[in-house]
Every structure is written in structure tokens, then in C-alpha cells.
Design a protein. Structure first.
Ligand SMILES: NC(=O)c1ccc[n+]([C@@H]2O[C@H](COP(=O)([O-])OP(=O)(O)OC[C@H]3O[C@@H](n4cnc5c(N)ncnc54)[C@H](O)[C@@H]3O)[C@@H](O)[C@H]2O)c1
Length: 317
């Protein structure tokens, strides 16, 4: 993690779940952070939100002594944006809202400002439709919570320039993240598409009565989840082929997969099935409070992340 002066100061537009988490991480990395949101209780919410994140930042190795020193709460959007090198936008996931917002932001921003949206589904080409210079805008999609999860998907719009993508990558790397630049726009980007594909089969298996949610979760976190925390699916199967690598894997086992693909479920998410899923998930997990489950999750994720980082391993290698 290396603070990079060319990205200072940063403006956060929209300080909800994602904006607050980004703000905490930017501050921990030494950046001046201006926060803009329409919320009446903005200052209280942001400071309280960052306070809740502080212990995780400490666990990640950040010195949080002066965490709030470079935090600026700015209700005036013009003042918040003027002079910012980076704008990380985290407003509501709504096309019209984002298009109008970017039209305004562009008017207030300096010429060299880079616009990054946390959008989890609306592509940059749509969001930037009303911009005069859409080449300086792209998606910088985090995985929640951004202060903890390493991945950021950088997704260009049709007009995004190469230099914007390179700067976005450098910026996220300066925060210790693992940014990946996608080669083109696609609905849901990559991580959420993979999650949706796997979850489709999870829902099918539970609705079919093959396995209950807690046991399915154990299947995942004791096997493919663990494997994929270390190496992704392609490297895992490269190794699954022994000395013959991916080629042997494909010829031996991989080529049979289409048979299984044909058999995968396409569950209907009608009201009856949704209620059935809610009932079985509550049966397995309803006895423990969400707060405790969240604390356990954060503790486990932090251990995995810290262990890989402390061994000097780069998630991208
Ligand atoms: N929550 C997630 O898991 C997640 C993950 C990745 C990406 N995202 C994306 O991040 C973005 C924000 O999501 P969130 O979950 O933080 O939403 P959120 O509802 O928690 O926060 C949105 C914030 O935007 C503010 N806002 C509304 N109008 C505004 C305006 N005109 N100017 C400034 N601020 C305004 C709201 O007051 C609110 O604080 C979305 O684009 C979403 O798709 C969310």
C-alpha cells in the first residue's frame, strides 16, 4: 500500500454502506477525503460508520490514530468535487439518478478528475451517456465491504480511455486492492455473474431436498470455497490435471462436464419457493443473531486475507 499524491484529494459521493467503507479505507491510506451526501445526519452517520470499521483497519495493519484528520464533510456538491483527483461515486443504483449526477459532477470537476462508480450492475456506457468527456469515467466495482475485500472490478464503458483504466488500476493498487480490468462491459460484471451461476444451483439443490442450507454451506466452505480462496477455478483445474496440467484435466475429466451442465437446475423464484428457502435458512441459522454471524464472518475473512498478505502473497499472482 503506497499513498500516491496524484490521487489526492478524493471525493466520495453517496455515503451509505459502500461510500462509508471506501471513505474509511481512503483515510487509512492517508488521503484527504471529502464526503458528499444528501442525508440530514451525514456527519453522525459517517463518523459512526468509520468508527465501526476502525478495529478491522487496525487488524489489517493500519495506524488509525489520525483517521479523522483528513475527513471533510461537504454538503455542497460543487465544493466537494472541485479540485478532486478521484471521485468514487456510491449513490443509489438507478440509471436516471446516476446519469444526471454525472452530468453535474462533470460540470464541477477539474479537467483531469477521474470518475469511478461503485455501480454493481449499471454499465459505465449508460451512466456516462450525458457526459461530454465519458473517456474519463469507468466502473470501479468493489465487493462489500470494500475496506476488507481485495477485489475491485474496473469495467470500461465504450468511451473509457486506456489512460483512465491505467490510472484507476494504479489508484486501487495504492490502497492495497487487487483490481482487475475487464476487457469489455457485461451485465453484472464477472464476480456477480459467477456468484449468480453458483447460487442458482445452490437454490436448486436445496429446493429439490438434496441438501439443507447449512450442509450446503459446509460443502462449499470446506471444499471449493477453500480451494478458490487460494487459487481460482482455472488454476485449480490446471493442478487437477497433475503433471499434464489443464490439457490433461480437460481431456480426462473436463470434457464430461457438459453432461452435468445439462442437468443443472433452473429453479423458479416464485413466492412459494422464496418462502420455502427463507424457512429452511431460518431453521439452520435463525437461532443466532445477525450481529454474531457478521462478527464471525469478518473474523474468518480477515484471517484469510491477513494470512495471505502477511506471507507476502499477491492475490494477483
Ligand atoms: N451494498 C452492496 O453490497 C454493494 C456492493 C457493491 C457495489 N454497490 C453499489 O454501490 C452503490 C451504493 O450502494 P449502497 O449499498 O452503499 O447504497 P446505500 O443506499 O447504502 O447508499 C446510497 C447513498 O447515496 C446517498 N444519496 C442519494 N442521493 C444522493 C445525491 N443526490 N447526492 C449524494 N448522495 C446521495 C444516500 O443518502 C445514501 O447514503 C450502488 O451503485 C451499488 O450498486 C453496492
Amino acid at each position: 500500500m503506497t499513498y500516491n499524491e496524484q490521487f489526492n484529494p478524493i471525493t466520495i459521493i453517496g455515503a451509505g454502506v459502500i461510500g462509508t467503507s471506501w471513505a474509511a479505507l481512503f483515510l487509512a491510506n492517508g488521503y484527504e477525503v471529502r464526503i458528499n451526501d444528501i442525508s440530514e445526519t451525514l456527519e453522525y452517520d459517517v463518523k459512526n460508520g468509520i468508527k465501526n470499521i476502525e478495529s478491522t483497519l487496525k487488524d489489517l495493519g493500519y495506524d488509525t490514530t489520525d483517521l479523522y484528520e483528513k475527513l471533510i464533510i461537504e454538503k455542497d456538491q460543487y465544493q466537494a468535487v472541485k479540485g478532486a483527483k478521484i471521485i468514487q461515486e456510491n449513490g443509489p443504483e438507478n440509471v436516471e439518478f446516476k446519469q444526471n449526477l454525472y452530468q453535474n459532477l462533470e460540470e464541477y470537476a477539474d479537467e483531469e478528475t477521474i470518475f469511478l462508480t461503485s455501480s454493481s450492475s449499471i454499465p459505465a456506457s449508460i451512466i456516462s451517456e450525458k457526459m461530454h468527456n465519458p473517456e474519463r469515467m469507468c466502473v470501479g466495482h468493489p465487493f462489500n465491504p470494500p475496506h476488507l475485500i481485495p477485489l475491485v472490478e474496473i469495467v470500461p464503458g465504450k468511451a473509457t480511455s486506456k489512460s483512465t483504466l491505467i490510472k484507476a488500476k494504479e489508484f486501487y493498487e495504492s490502497l492495497g486492492k487487487s483490481p482487475i480490468i475487464l476487457k469489455k462491459e457485461i451485465n453484472g460484471f464477472v464476480a456477480n455473474r459467477l456468484q449468480a451461476a453458483i447460487f442458482q444451483e445452490c437454490v436448486h439443490l436445496v429446493l429439490e431436498g438434496v441438501v439443507n442450507p447449512k450442509d450446503l454451506d459446509t460443502v462449499v466452505d470446506r471444499s471449493i470455497g477453500l480451494r478458490w480462496a487460494a487459487d481460482g477455478p482455472f488454476l485449480s483445474f490446471h493442478l487437477g490435471g497433475g503433471n499434464g496440467g489443464f490439457e490433461h484435466f480437460m481431456q480426462h475429466l473436463g470434457k464430461n462436464m457438459p453432461e452435468l451442465w445439462k442437468d443443472l437446475g433452473h429453479p423458479e423464484l416464485n413466492e412459494e419457493n422464496i418462502n420455502k428457502l427463507i424457512d429452511v435458512v431460518n431453521l439452520d441459522y435463525g437461532d443466532t443473531s445477525i450481529k454474531i454471524l457478521e462478527e464471525k464472518r469478518d473474523h474468518k475473512q480477515l484471517k484469510i486475507i491477513k494470512d495471505l498478505i502477511s506471507r507476502g502473497e499477491d492475490f494477483n499472482d
